[in-house]
Design a protein around this ligand. Structure first.
Ligand code: IPE
Ligand code: IPE
Ligand code: MG
Length: 248
């Protein structure tokens, strides 16, 4: 039976982020090469995007490739990049049909030219879609993002566009790659690892964290719904006490 009817439509998180982990181990369990796991992870991306869209989630951020992932064997990196290109080609129609806008965070200039071109195209075609943002983190590292943010703010201070006194949380937020997105409400990590791996450090300050042992290629819509249900049973206090939180 689907968990969907149990979900409270009044308590849907605005922004969900997923660390899609476990592709390599999934393949290994099947006696296959790691890239087989990556290929089978594409379906999980589709299912999660569909599930998020069905629930009315505004932003879904997927950690697809970290700054640290460049240190993997070249063959694996190459496969991940060509998978990115082929999936973008395949998914464009579905994004359009579902009114989903594609966006990215990270150092896109580090990606192969072909991937950059494909991304640019899909971003352009989907730019006026408003039902959901699918935000792909590519060559993304949270520390790199913070360095980049500091540089941009410093430049403005040097150019006297901004004074040091004016720097506050809002200014910092507005200079992050995620400047146009709300804070993360729920962060999911698959594969049983319980770490953040340099993902959205600033943006998850008050996110609820959800860890599941399911390996990414096995992650389906119902697993996504399960995470949302878990989230809905938590009390987000933001530093206050329970009695101060208004109950419906
Ligand atoms: C996640 O799966 C995909 C990427 C990091 C690109 P992994 O490739 O990290 O799989 P495991 O963690 O080795 O099983
Ligand atoms: C995090 O997974 C990056 C992505 C999911 C893209 P990793 O598998 O690279 O993280 P670590 O190395 O286990 O921390
Ligand atoms: Mg991993």
């Amino acid at each position: 039976m689907s968990l969907l009817p149990q979900i409270d439509t009044q308590k849907i998180p605005q922004h969900v982020a997923i660390i899609m982990d476990g592709n390599g181990r999934w393949a290994k369990q099947k006696g296959m090469a790691r890239v087989f796991g990556h290929k089978n992870g594409v379906k999980s991306v589709r299912e999660s995007t569909e599930a998020a869209r069905e629930l009315g989630i505004k932003v879904l951020t997927l950690y697809a490739f970290s700054t640290e992932n460049w240190n993997r064997p070249k063959k694996e990196v190459d496969t991940l990049m060509s998978l990115l290109v082929s999936s973008l080609k395949e998914e464009l129609k579905t994004l359009q049909k579902n009114d989903i806008k594609l966006q990215t965070i990270g150092q896109l200039e580090n990606l192969p030219k072909k991937a950059q071109k494909e991304l640019k195209e899909v971003i352009e075609v989907t730019q006026n879609n408003t039902s959901m943002i699918l935000n792909l983190a590519l060559s993304y590292g949270s520390r790199e993002e913070i360095v980049n943010t500091m540089k941009n703010i410093s430049k403005k201070v040097v150019n006297k566009e901004l004074s040091i006194e004016e720097i506050d949380e809002k200014i910092i937020n507005n200079h992050l790659y995620t400047f146009n997105l709300p804070d993360v409400d729920l962060m999911i990590r698959t594969s049983g690892e319980k770490r953040i791996s340099n993902f959205l450090l600033w943006q998850i300050a008050y996110a609820e964290l959800y860890f599941t042992d399911v390996l990414w290629p096995d992650f389906r819509k119902e697993d996504f719904f399960k995470a949302i249900l878990d989230y809905q049973h938590r009390e987000r206090r933001f530093g206050k006490i329970s009695e101060q939180i208004s109950k419906p």
